[in-house]
Ligand binder design. Structure first.
Ligand code: PLP
Ligand code: CA
Length: 312
């Protein structure tokens, strides 16, 4: 609420924003790296922030890696050392959610990656899938005869390269059998994963939508823009939202989550959302800067946007 305006911050004021923060939460893809390549200046920027005593955490919607795998990727790309407890990937957070929500011994039917399965195992949740779906006959109608595990009390949907009609059938059967006793959880709703050259591939949101459409019910979504991942950070560290900055490349996930959790938000313009989109958008607030600018003097050209009604 309140009047909204955009104004450009001078470097000094920008330094004050960073000075007031003790914790920065970093989105990963589009901010720290694109695929396997580090974003220019990102590793050096984080190195400086770590040297200045800031707590750095990583908040990613990508469910295809474990916490440990992210610590290795950060190391490989030259980022400051991180421990697994600093990593909040949607695979880990989904496992944590199910650990809290499911009764002891209950199992999950998983459409997802081996990493998602590994995070479930790490918190002691038995699971079926991922892997090839068992096909008890040649025709889809036969698949409705496949055995169902009596322990399954949740269907979990993450990024699944081997998503199939057979798995969709099995997911629906668990949801129909369990009704409201069977949870439906999605890691995230990203509709597309951008690739270089303006192209992209379908994101996990497409798979979640398929299951929701079949079951005619809405999934609980772990990832940004929902606040669950921020709640996971809060449960692990002593976090003051007023002293926490969310750094991201997307208005509709990173910045929206940051704003709804009362964080300062910083849009890097190195990924999905462009400055033109920021100016065309209504509502919300964000600081924006390139990560290279952050490096130069921890902010050379930072624009403060309380709103996108007015021109910056
Ligand atoms: N989901 C998948 C499967 C991905 O590969 C990616 C990016 O690589 C994402 C989601 C988005 O991740 P982030 O939240 O770090 O931008
Ligand atoms: Ca991103």
């Amino acid at each position: 609420g309140g009047p909204r305006q955009c104004r450009r911050l001078e470097a000094e004021a920008a330094r004050a924003v960073l000075g007031a923060a003790d914790t920065l939460l970093f989105d990963c893809d589009g901010v720290l790296w694109r695929g396997e390549a580090a974003v220019g200046g990102a590793a050096a920027t984080l190195g400086r922030l770590a040297a200045a005593g800031k707590r750095l955490c990583y908040v990613t919607n990508n469910s295809s890696r474990t916490r440990v795998a992210y610590t290795e990727k950060l190391r490989r790309l030259g980022f400051p050392p991180a421990e697994p407890r600093h990593i909040f990937g949607s695979a880990f957070c989904a496992a944590r959610y199910l650990r809290q929500a499911l009764p002891p011994g209950a199992a999950a039917y998983v459409l997802g990656s081996p990493a998602l399965a590994a995070e479930l195992e790490a918190v002691g949740i038995p699971h079926l899938g991922p892997g090839p779906a068992a096909l008890p006959g040649p025709a889809p109608a036969d698949w409705a005869q496949a055995p169902l595990d009596p322990a399954v009390r949740a269907v979990l949907v993450g990024f699944d390269e081997h998503f199939s009609y057979a798995k969709l059938c099995q997911a629906l059967r668990y949801l129909l059998r369990g009704g409201s006793d069977c949870l439906l959880v999605g890691t995230n709703r990203d509709h597309r994963l951008p690739l270089e050259g303006g192209t992209g591939i379908p994101g996990t949101g497409c798979l979640v939508k398929a299951v929701e459409t079949a079951a005619q019910r809405e999934a609980f979504i772990v990832g940004k823009p929902n606040r669950y991942m921020f709640d996971c950070v809060v449960s692990e560290f002593n976090i003051d939202p007023a002293r926490t900055i969310m750094v991201g490349d997307r208005l509709d996930t990173d910045i929206l989550m940051g704003n709804s959790c009362g964080l300062t938000t910083l849009l890097t313009l190195t990924g999905v959302t462009t400055l033109d989109e920021v100016k065309g958008q209504e509502g919300g607030s964000a600081l924006h800067s390139s990560i290279q600018d952050l490096l130069d003097h921890l902010v050379r050209c930072l624009v403060f946007c309380n709103c996108w009604h007015q021109r910056c």
